[in-house]
Design a protein around this ligand. Structure first.
Ligand SMILES: [Zn+2]
Length: 336
């Protein structure tokens, strides 16, 4: 359970059909400010285009010239660029009113069944595409899930992030995955996560992408308790990227967080919720195995959490929770 304590905890999953947004916490604002300054001009065009009528924002398949080629931006990347596939991916998710493919800063990178689309610049877009490429198969292996077409949106500004997520703020979210039964998922990453190229940001970007890919490929049900969905995603992301992020100041007492704690206005409450949910999963993995954690997560996605827990771990959730609380608090006291 060796984990680096960083002042960042993340992420979210949100259902298009509901409003169960989960909050995330971001205590470092420095990188966000830089991005906003350098790309402020793009937000105006994105916002105004979104007011256009249905479907007018995207070029038809017959006239894909609306998306500038990434190579014209000067960055060298070997990625395939496919404006038609980008347009299809946006249309399939009914995003054409929010995501303007005619924005001159909009670029698309297509790799297999993943479309990475954004205004962040081709070099950074290529970094995201490489991370998704690298992590997608490993996330699917770890979570026993199958592939599906994926759209990853990478806005350059907070205004675009808000427009593309339907009203979310980068103050609360570093990444959001939208899942809905029968519709291919899409992920929106916060500019602060992808703005810089220093080592810490790169590691954190990979962590956030891995976390969101867990949501995207496993399609959590709207009824899934957030401690299950977020704790599992944190654990898998931590394992695959060999990193973990929690509050500097971890909670001294443990409990299984309620859904409302993940979405709390108070950033500390939300940070603690992510921390505790992932710690419980790390505890389960240490007492059982990662494979059994996946079996539990999968079963909990289609039945009650208590029944899924008993079925996989052969013990009641309440009894194992009590054991975890005891061992957590003994460790916290020892570290204090
Ligand atoms: Zn999440």
């Amino acid at each position: 359970m060796a984990r680096a304590a960083l002042a960042v905890v993340v992420v979210g999953v949100m259902s298009l059909s509901g409003c169960s947004t989960d909050a995330a916490v971001k205590s470092s604002k420095a990188s966000t400010a830089t991005v906003t300054t350098s790309t402020a001009a793009t937000s105006a065009s994105a916002t105004s285009t979104s007011a256009a009528g249905p479907a007018s924002g995207i070029p038809s398949a017959a006239s894909p010239s609306g998306i500038p080629s990434a190579t014209s931006g000067g960055a060298s990347t070997s990625s395939a660029l496919d404006p038609q596939q980008a347009a299809k991916a946006v249309e399939a998710r009914d995003l054409q009113n929010d995501v303007s493919l005619t924005d001159p800063d909009m670029h698309a990178i297509v790799r297999g069944d993943v479309v990475v689309l954004g205004t962040i610049g081709t070099a950074r877009l290529a970094n995201v595409a490489t991370d998704v490429d690298d992590l997608a198969g490993r996330v699917r292996d770890r979570t026993s899930s199958t592939t599906r077409p994926l759209l990853v949106l990478v806005p350059a500004t907070e205004a675009e992030f808000t427009a593309w997520t339907g009203g979310e703020s980068t103050d609360n979210e570093d990444g959001i995955t939208f899942v809905q039964a029968g519709v291919d998922p899409f992920v929106v990453l916060s500019p602060s996560v992808i703005a810089n190229t220093d080592t810490d940001t790169t590691a954190y970007r990979r962590f956030v992408i891995a976390h969101e890919l867990v949501h995207a490929y496993t399609q959590p049900a709207q009824t899934l308790r957030l401690w299950v969905g977020e704790g599992y995603a944190q654990m898998v992301a931590g394992e695959l990227t060999e990193s973990d992020y929690g509050a500097d100041d971890i909670p001294m007492a443990a409990h299984l967080p309620k859904d409302a704690e993940f979405t709390a206005e108070d950033p500390r409450t939300a940070a603690d919720a992510y921390w505790l949910a992932s710690d419980f999963f790390y505890y389960l993995a240490s007492q059982w195995s990662l494979e059994e954690c996946t079996a539990f997560y999968t079963a909990a996605n289609s039945s009650s959490v208590e029944a899924a827990f008993q079925k996989v771990f052969k013990r009641p959730l309440s009894a194992v929770t009590a054991d975890w609380v005891k061992s957590y608090e003994a460790a916290a006291e020892g570290a204090a």
